[in-house]
Ligand binder design. Structure first.
Ligand code: GLC
Ligand code: CA
Length: 557
């Protein structure tokens, strides 16, 4: 297997709006990020992925870009981002930026032009359908509720928006659009960034004709017609050949709705497309029918099955490992226990992410075990998807309490509360009331407290990262699963040459008996990491709730 820096790295994801406010306006910003670089270096992160910082009217917090070559004034200036890149590099940290090119903002000059007339040179930058007002071109539902089409009276046409109506989809069939994207990439790469996280990148090719999902009434998710579409690989390979391949960078695509086999078409080492993708199969373990709001009870056995499947089937590709991000609930609240066993379960889940094969991603605050938030009223929420969902459900006659319960569990705002830096006012995030509510538990869950506590989740992450750097087996070792049928344990080994790492994770809040299989004999075995402070090697043991017990040794042949 080819050695690459991005395989050996740990990525830290920053949601700039909620990371650190530097100028007292309640909104996180780039100088704020610069002021926290030492913290990130101390944690051991190698790469910082910034959620979008481009000019944007913020209908979807920056995922609606109005100018790809400038910075949102709330976040700073181009000079600030240049300084961030420079300072980060000085500390050995790389910078990866979000690239949002499935759609733009409706306030992007391209769209402002495009909607002026059918013969405007920019009209064909977007996806239009002639039609009559009130007769939708097809039955696709937007990811943010309501139809995926918006009518423009002056043109007598609909435009496609898979996300909000302020996020019109770009028309990648148009070669000019593809060239624009190449130039945007080059602009940022020349500024010195180290890669891209490509937003909803498997949406860029739509099935010609935009067919309705057959046999369904009402609005439905039309993903089979716009995800992994007919020309997506041609487009991505083109982007790689035209610009990406000229730089030593990492690329990670956001691609819902993929199997490992489909994923390999994007990341296979001989494909010339992307380095990694984010797959979302494991983000659907607590819902049915692929719909994020169709909630069912969490099934951690299913989680383990999915994680393991991706380990086994991504042969010739590379996994990205994550359990939360800015679109998902907090990992410890969702997959662990954010009450009694918050520390233990957060560390156990972290152990999984940092010992499986792939590149681990940490979402800001995860390293502190930050938790979900449950706000009383919909008015306190900020996320467009959450707010639209609430009103859509209300219109459908659903009991508001039931809607709020779903929102508490699943809303993207769970992950967007301000970073908890200290127990000072506003969690040390800002000197004024922040743009979005601080989680009241910041008094006990915060970075300052954890940095002073050698037993904290922060220090556990720091140790996991440091160990990864010292032990190539964690990066390059082969994966093998044990006790596949166990509903309590997730057990696997990683082996590289004669070195073996053996991992036991107790996925549950009850004790679990565990023993390293007899077939595996280790010489000079020692404890690699333990979230219960175990220091001596033992073959068999009773794992405590959410215990992670990892050993390392040489294989005795
Ligand atoms: C991705 C982003 C999400 C955004 C959407 C539309 O899923 O992660 O935050 O709303 O794309 O750009
Ligand atoms: Ca600010």
């Amino acid at each position: 297997m080819e050695k690459k820096w991005w395989k050996e790295s740990v990525v830290y994801q920053i949601y700039p709006k909620s990371f650190q406010d530097s100028n007292g306006d309640g909104i996180g910003d780039i100088p704020g990020i610069i002021s926290r670089l030492d913290y990130l270096a101390e944690l051991g992160a190698d790469v910082l992925w910034l959620c979008p910082v481009y000019s944007s009217p913020n209908d979807d917090n920056g995922y609606d870009v109005s100018n790809y070559r400038d910075i949102m004034p709330e976040f700073g200036t181009l000079a600030d981002i240049d300084l961030l890149i420079k300072k980060a590099h000085e500390k050995g940290l790389k910078i990866v930026m979000d690239l949002i090119v499935n759609h733009t903002s409706d306030e992007n000059p391209w769209f402002i032009e495009a909607r002026k007339s059918k013969d405007n040179p920019y009209h064909d930058y977007y996806i239009w359908k002639d039609g009559e007002k009130g007769v939708l071109p097809n039955n696709w539902e937007s990811h943010f509720s309501g139809p995926a089409w918006e009518y423009v009276d002056e043109l007598g046409q609909y435009y496609l928006h898979i996300f909000s109506k302020k996020q019109p989809d770009l028309n990648w069939e148009n070669e000019k659009v593809r060239k624009e994207v190449v130039e945007i990439c080059r602009f940022w790469l020349e500024r010195g960034i180290d890669g891209f996280r490509m937003d909803t990148i498997n949406f860029i090719s739509k099935v010609p004709g935009f067919p309705s999902v057959p046999g369904k009434s009402g609005l439905v998710r039309g993903h089979d017609f716009y995800m992994n579409g007919p020309r997506v690989h041609e487009y991505l390979h083109g982007l790689y050949e035209s610009v990406l391949k000229d730089y030593d960078i990492m690329t990670v695509g956001e691609t819902p709705n993929v199997t490992p086999q489909i994923a390999l078409q994007y990341v296979g080492e001989d494909r010339g497309e992307l380095n990694m993708i984010f797959q979302f199969e494991h983000m659907l373990v607590d819902s049915y029918d692929g719909g994020k709001w169709n909630l069912i009870p969490m099934d951690l056995f299913r989680l383990k099955e999915i994680m393991s499947k991706w380990q086994k089937e991504m042969d010739g590709g590379w996994n990205s490992l994550f359990l939360n991000n800015h679109d998902q609930p907090r990992m410890v609240s969702r997959f662990g226990d954010d009450g009694k066993f918050r520390r233990e379960s957060a560390c156990m889940l972290a152990t999984m992410l940092h010992t499986l094969k792939g590149t681990p991603y940490i979402y800001q605050g995860e390293e502190l075990g930050m938790t979900n938030i449950a706000l009383d009223s919909i008015d306190q929420y900020q996320d467009i998807q959450t707010i639209n969902f609430y009103h859509d459900q209300l219109e459908k006659g659903i009991d508001p309490e039931k809607i709020m319960a779903k929102i508490h569990y699943r809303s993207r705002d769970n992950g967007r509360t301000p970073m908890q830096w200290s127990d000072e006012e506003n969690a040390g995030f800002s000197s004024v009331t922040p743009w979005f509510g601080v989680n009241p538990n910041y008094k006990t869950i915060n970075a300052r407290q954890q940095m002073n506590d050698s037993n904290s989740i922060f220090h556990y992450y720091q140790k996991l990262i440091a160990l990864r750097k010292k032990n190539p087996v964690v990066v390059y070792g082969d994966y093998k699963e044990y006790f596949e049928d166990s509903h309590q344990l997730y057990a696997y080994s990683r082996t590289l040459d004669d070195t073996c790492l053996f991992v036991f994770l107790n996925l549950t809040g009850s004790d679990a008996d565990a023993a390293i299989p007899e077939s595996l004999q280790l010489e000079d075995p020692s404890v690699y990491i333990s979230n219960y402070g175990r220091e001596t090697f033992t073959r068999s043991l009773k794992l405590a709730p959410y215990e992670a017990y990892v050993v390392i040794g040489k294989i005795r042949s």
